[in-house]
Write a protein that binds this ligand. Structure first.
Ligand SMILES: Cc1cc2nc3c(=O)[nH]c(=O)nc-3n(C[C@H](O)[C@H](O)[C@H](O)COP(=O)(O)OP(=O)(O)OC[C@H]3O[C@@H](n4cnc5c(N)ncnc54)[C@H](O)[C@@H]3O)c2cc1C
Length: 415
């Protein structure tokens, strides 16, 4: 492991920092911790985010690893990590482009034809068009290949019918990546076809879902006879699973783990500002012990994350650390949020920004973190990955192998 910047990395960091210093405000000690779940996205926030993305794109600080010809910087993966580390120290709008730039763009780059790359990639970099991911369905989440939204060929178009759910940001998106079942007679993974869909097409109905914390981060999306031109197909007919795997690999890499390391400082600040038995809570030995425990866990995560960084810095592909980071990091943030609420005493029951300390961040995190532990691979699915791919334990039993999709059992066995 090597924790230090190489001379080239240090020079790149200095260049990034200098640009940020002249284009954004540095965060202060009293800034509210970031909204990890990005759910406070009203139209004003979306506009601010688009303005910031455009500014970055004009100075080649957006989509750093993408080739220059589509608006990127042609930077290395480690340079992109360095940029994110530096950018996080400044006041910037929430990143509403993560799905587009982290998942849709890389999939188009891998499977798209030249004209598709030219049409979609540049406006993704500048943030002029926003993207969402239409994969999950009411009965197909972890088991994504069980999806049922149908696509039927009709001349130069396809007609799509069905329902997607948990679609983050669909309500302000212009385009979506969509996996459909185009052949129910083929086996489960073989009958899928992947499209890019215009979210403003007739027949696309978007219904925001209100979450427990009041946010509307994701939506139900209904497709009622939606026409998609064949020119918007990514990859071959029936090869949608292979294209979807590209998206999912990029999703895991972009969600990653962590989130706990910076939060320990926020928790310490809360403990310093909160009174317990007539003195600052941070002076209480039981409080100090809990914070120390979080610090140890977050350091473990940080060092595991550093293994990924070292692999990137050496130009190699990171191993399964990303699954570990998300699994351990999600639980850590949840435990810290529970402790933050406990520290706040009766204020811990207030969820309105401005009323509770630190803008009710711990309350909102506590209510939102279960979602983070589900999105991009649930805890159980990540444990399966670690069991099978890291510990080499026997794989799960599969009842759907080699069976045409229409014959895959969907309920309890009939008597
Ligand atoms: C905040 C958030 C944002 C999201 N954004 C998007 C988005 O933009 N686009 C999109 O398409 N989807 C999105 N999703 C959906 C997400 O991908 C799914 O919720 C996830 O894949 C889990 O699927 P599911 O909800 O259908 O649960 P299920 O797959 O039905 O799982 C239910 C339970 O069964 C467990 N389970 C399932 N399979 C196994 C197994 N093989 N072994 C052991 N346990 C198992 C799970 O761990 C879970 O506890 C989002 C979800 C969240 C929470």
């Amino acid at each position: 492991m090597d924790f230090n910047d190489t001379p080239e990395e240090a020079a790149f960091r200095a260049e990034a920092r200098a640009w940020l210093e002249s284009n954004a405000e540095r965060k202060g000690p009293d800034d509210a911790p970031p909204d990890l779940l990005g759910e406070r996205t009203d139209s004003e926030t979306v506009q601010r985010a688009q303005d910031w993305q455009k500014k970055k794109a004009e100075a080649s600080w957006a989509c750093l690893t993408w080739p220059k010809e589509v608006g990127g910087r042609g930077a290395t993966a480690i340079q992109s990590v360095i940029w994110k580390q530096e950018e996080s120290k400044f006041r910037t709008p929430p990143d509403i482009f993560g799905i587009g730039t982290g998942m849709c763009g890389p999939t188009i780059m891998t499977h798209g034809r030249d004209e598709q790359k030219k049409r979609w990639l540049p406006s993704l970099v500048t943030g002029e068009e926003i993207w969402c991911q239409l994969f999950s369905e009411p009965s197909a989440g972890s088991d994504l290949a069980g999806l049922r939204t149908s696509a039927v060929r009709d001349g130069e178009d396809w007609t799509v019918n069905g329902q997607k759910i948990w679609t983050t940001g669909a309500q302000f998106s212009d385009w979506g990546i969509l996996v459909t079942r185009s052949d129910p007679n083929a086996t489960k993974h073989a009958g899928l076809t992947y499209f890019v869909v215009d979210m403003h097409s007739p027949g696309v109905e978007i219904r925001p879902i209100t979450q427990i914390n009041g946010g509307q981060g994701f939506n139900e999306v209904f497709f009622n006879d939606v026409r998609i031109p064949d020119a918007n197909r990514l990859g071959e007919v029936g090869d949608g699973w292979r294209v979807a795997i590209t998206t999912l690999m990029n999703e895991r890499a972009s969600i990653g783990g962590g989130g706990g390391a910076g939060s320990v400082n926020e928790l310490m600040k809360l403990a310093a500002d909160t009174e317990l038995n007539g003195k600052p809570a941070i002076e209480d030995s039981a409080v100090r012990q809990r914070i120390a425990e979080f610090y140890v866990r977050s350091k473990g995560l940080q060092f595991t994350g550093n293994r990924t960084l070292t692999a990137l810095s050496r130009g190699t592909t990171p191993g399964p650390e990303a699954s570990l980071g998300k699994l351990v990091g999600g639980k850590l943030i949840q435990d810290m949020a529970a402790f933050g609420i406990e520290l706040e005493g009766f204020c811990g029951s207030l969820t309105q920004e401005g009323l509770a300390p630190q803008d009710a961040t711990w309350q909102n995190r506590y209510l939102g973190i279960p979602g983070l532990r589900i999105a991009g691979g649930t805890d159980e699915v990540l444990r399966n990955i670690i069991a099978e791919r890291v510990l080499r334990l026997p794989p799960e039993q599969r009842l759907d192998k080699g069976v045409p999709f229409r014959d895959v059992p969907t309920g309890p066995p009939s008597k």
